[in-house]
Design a protein around this ligand. Structure first.
Ligand code: PLP
Length: 435
């Protein structure tokens, strides 16, 4: 494969854009040196880079493209809305229509406010919880990797330059599936925790009763329970992980998959709390998600068309079946090579990730890089194994075949040393202190 154009464009990009990309997770440090630097176009589950190389892509749009690139009904709905005007001085009826449909799809939510990015929604949820409770502290789950680009979360990561310690000190952490760790947090900060924010599950499933016990503990201590459904929403279930696990959060946040890649997120939840941001409250007003581009018509239209697709096609079932087929096929390929402890597929079938381990069984970035390198060579662009509705049997077959061949190289590298097979430097985690 030839990446000449990508290499040229990369030089320019780093001169013009800090990090060479507008999203860290897409950055050069996340991929091997021999990799497509820029994607020119996509169709369904396939993409083409600027050199014309074709790949089957996983995790499209950082998991936001759940139906597939260029999914016609969504594109047509968005284009229609664009032609009729993207933004007016007063709201569009689309705001009401999508609100009604969204609330019907996510049972237990009573009001919703739309925004552009997931971070806007999670940060707004924190602000609402602080206003509702009159408290400052936010408790987040330590094992959950990301909640917001805003200071209250980024301050807790190693990449915290520019964030005052006073802000960081307001966010405290507990552990997933460890109720005692949350109980200890409430005891240590009695009457000070405004909310608990977490995902229902990542690659690890909740222990029986854990999620409800967290909600009960929040309520005993007068705190708000916020469920971040950015990834689980429209993947685990159309109604989110809350419908899948049968729980009811006070507030919840959606984004990513709700508009098949268009910029749309949502904060939803209990009416009495949400109304603090409205005109029917006697309490002090909360400035809740009010931005110039907040309700652009084409994103709302894309959201409506996406919901329609989920309600008329078995998207959720198909995502799960594709993920299970991948997990089974890759599992067999790894087993045939005796690599089942070195390369593992983990998580919910609609949100599969993989773990790469070295000779000692420790998580390994060099081996992750080698795996990325070898799968890229076989036409697979897979920082994860996160599927969309456009991955079908043929993509699964080609993926399993490609991974099988990539794992043969992986096996040799385990025996002979990864440096022998890896071209260039290994990838690095986004959240680190130094470039
Ligand atoms: C669980 C979770 N919450 C919140 C966010 C933030 O969403 P956005 O990047 O749209 O601001 C992300 C993004 O990766 C996420 O994965």
């Amino acid at each position: 494969m030839n990446f000449d154009r990508s290499k040229k464009l990369r030089e320019k990009a780093h001169r013009l854009i800090p990090g060479g990309a507008h999203t860290y997770a897409k950055g050069d440090d996340q991929y091997p040196e021999d990799a497509p630097g820029f994607i020119a176009r996509g169709a369904g589950s396939h993409v083409w880079d600027v050199d014309g190389n074709e790949f089957i892509e996983y995790g499209a749009g950082l998991r936001s493209v759940t139906l597939g690139h260029g999914y016609a009904p969504v594109v047509e709905a968005a284009a229609r809305a664009m032609r009729e005007g993207t933004n007016f001085v007063r709201p569009s009826p689309l705001e009401v229509e999508l609100a009604e449909r969204f609330l019907a799809a996510v049972p237990g939510t009573e009001m919703v406010k739309f925004a552009k990015n997931g971070s806007d929604a999670t940060t707004a949820a924190v602000k609402l919880a602080r206003a509702w409770t009159g408290r400052d502290l936010v408790a987040i789950c330590a094992e959950h990797p990301f909640f917001s680009t805003d200071d209250w979360f980024i301050g807790t990561t190693p990449m915290n330059a520019g964030i005052p310690e006073a802000i960081t000190a307001l966010t405290v952490k507990f552990h997933y599936n460890d109720l005692d760790s949350l109980a200890r947090l409430f005891a240590a900060h009695e009457g000070r925790i405004a909310c608990v924010m977490m995902e229902a599950a990542t690659a690890v499933e909740p222990k029986a009763g854990f999620l409800q016990a967290v909600i009960d503990l929040c309520h005993v201590h007068g705190a708000i329970f916020i469920l971040d459904e950015m990834i689980t929403g429209f993947r685990w279930h159309l109604g989110g992980a809350q419908a899948h696990y049968g729980i009811r959060p006070d507030l919840c946040t959606f984004g990513k998959g709700i508009a098949n890649g268009f910029s749309l997120s949502a904060l939803a939840g209990r009416r009495e709390i949400m109304e603090l941001g409205g005109l029917r409250t006697r309490a002090d007003r909360v400035f809740l998600l009010s931005t110039t581009h907040g309700a652009e018509t084409h994103a709302l239209a894309a959201g409506l068309a996406t919901l329609h697709a989920y309600q008329t096609e078995d998207v959720i079932g198909q995502l799960a079946r594709t993920g299970e087929a991948l997990r089974a096929g890759i599992g067999r390929a790894a087993q045939a090579l005796g690599l089942e402890r070195s390369f593992q597929v983990l998580g919910h079938p609609a949100n599969l990730v993989y773990a790469t381990r070295d000779q000692e069984g420790n998580p390994s970035q060099p081996f992750r890089t080698l795996f990325l390198q070898e799968t890229l060579r076989r036409g697979l662009l897979m920082p994860s194994l996160v599927v969309n509705f456009s991955h079908r049997d043929e993509e699964v077959r080609r993926t399993v075949e490609g991974i099988g061949a990539a794992l043969e190289v992986y096996k040799k590298a385990l025996a002979e040393g990864v440096e022998r097979y890896l071209v260039g430097r290994p990838v690095q985690p986004v959240f680190r202190k130094k470039a």
